[in-house]
Design a protein around this ligand. Structure first.
Ligand code: PMP
Length: 403
């Protein structure tokens, strides 16, 4: 009989052969904690079995903050652990609207709209805008790439963080339009902080290029919200709110929660809540997540918590560089470039043995030959933990022969 089923074992073997098989490893079950105890995978007698996490997007360490925990509990008690339905049916609450107002306020926008994740926000927004052409940075997040696919947009990829290449590609596409192309709708989209490079997009120059061709600009602030521009992100820091048409991000990183958002003008939000399928056909964000994100945003904006993170970042950046490591980026994300994927894996293993959780990032997540350790500290790390992290990099780097 013909077999029309799926041979998943064969596909998994193929991944294994290509070195692309991933696993959920209980030894990496960390959650958004700064430190935890578990059986070490060997070695590390000095540090006992305590492990220190230098690879989390819980940048401000707010996921375990008692005020944030309390806000999550209050939200659950007030309106339930789940929203119970799509926002457009019965899942809407005053809490969702309050967080949307706070986000709109910190982004300098008229309105904001919550999605169930940053991923859903990107896919739903690009699909609902339905651009004729998207101009997308080559290192944009996968959810932007998927939004372009779902929206079936013609996608033009420009060189990473390169406004000159963007401008050239805009011009090339304009010259190639059948008529004058003026009835087309174009979208330029970029991350503000790039998650694997730790660098910042040149937003001002990107806006200049987009404006010259009448295109809209969309910026994903997933790794910037809560940290830059009084919590509003890089767009706020650089005073670009009225030049960026779509500001987008997630509550799952510095805001220590879950859920995506889009901020912009009234028409944008009204359009999305009608047309973004990942909004319309998905249950409203869980109230505890909304409550937690709202409290985290308040703390991020009203306290100097981020200052502690910047101090830690400076210590790590200087320390790693002085050992001879090449550290990329200019933000709280510190990619330590190794190059060879096996060497990066080995460095990650040795760090783990020394109690530091900072796994290797390999191709295809990053380009071939640029395997790295992505170090991402939290504002809650102690000075001693930061020193341990540096010690571990020094000894592990020597053992692996990188230093
Ligand atoms: N955009 C960027 C730049 C991201 O790094 C991420 C998360 N890795 C997302 C969007 C997706 O956000 P979420 O985790 O909330 O789905």
């Amino acid at each position: 009989m013909t077999d029309r089923g799926f041979d998943l074992d064969a596909r998994l073997r193929e991944r294994e052969r290509a070195g692309l098989r991933r696993h959920l490893d209980p030894a990496e079950s960390v959650g958004a904690r700064t430190r935890f105890s578990s059986d070490p995978r060997g070695g590390a007698p000095d540090y006992g079995d305590e492990r220190f996490v230098f690879a989390s997007n819980n940048y401000l360490g707010l996921a375990s903050d008692r005020r944030v925990l309390q806000a999550a509990e209050n939200a659950a008690r007030a309106v339930g652990t789940g929203a119970g339905a799509s926002r457009l049916v019965t899942g809407d609450t005053g809490l969702h609207r309050a967080l949307e107002r706070d986000i709109a306020d910190c982004k300098g926008c008229e309105r904001a709209l919550l999605f169930s994740s940053g991923y859903a926000a990107n896919v739903g927004t690009i699909e609902a805008l339905g651009p004729d052409v998207v101009f997308s940075d080559e290192l944009n997040h996968a959810s932007i790439v998927d939004g372009c696919r779902v929206g079936a947009a013609e996608t033009v990829v420009y060189d990473h963080a390169d406004p000159d290449d963007l401008r050239a590609k805009l011009a090339q596409r304009a010259a190639g339009s059948l008529d004058d192309g003026s009835d087309e709708e174009w979208l330029v989209v970029t991350d503000s902080v790039f998650s694997m490079e730790g660098d910042v997009a040149p937003l001002d120059a990107i806006c200049d290029a987009a404006e010259a061709f009448g295109a809209w600009v969309m910026v994903d602030e997933a790794h910037a919200t809560g940290l830059f521009g009084d919590g509003g992100g890089v767009v706020q820091r650089e005073g670009l709110a009225d030049r960026v048409d779509v500001q987008l991000g997630t509550c799952s990183k510095a805001l220590a929660s879950q859920g995506g958002y889009v901020a912009g003008d009234e028409a944008l939000v009204e359009h999305l809540l009608n047309a973004a399928r990942s909004f319309v056909f998905s249950t409203g964000l869980a109230p505890p997540a909304v409550g937690a994100a709202r409290e985290s945003l308040r703390i991020a904006r009203e306290t100097d918590r981020a200052e502690r993170l910047w101090d830690i970042v400076a210590t790590l950046r200087e320390g790693l560089a002085s050992m001879g490591y090449e550290v990329l980026g200019e933000t709280q994300i510190l990619p330590v470039l190794v190059g060879d994927r096996e060497a990066a894996l080995e460095l990650g293993e040795r760090l783990a043995e020394a109690g530091i959780v900072a796994p290797a990032i390999r191709p295809p997540t990053v380009p071939e030959g640029t395997a790295r350790i992505r170090v991402a500290p939290m504002a809650t790390h102690t000075d001693e933990e930061v020193a341990r992290c540096l010690d571990a990099f020094e000894s592990a780097g020597r053992e692996v022969g990188l230093l």
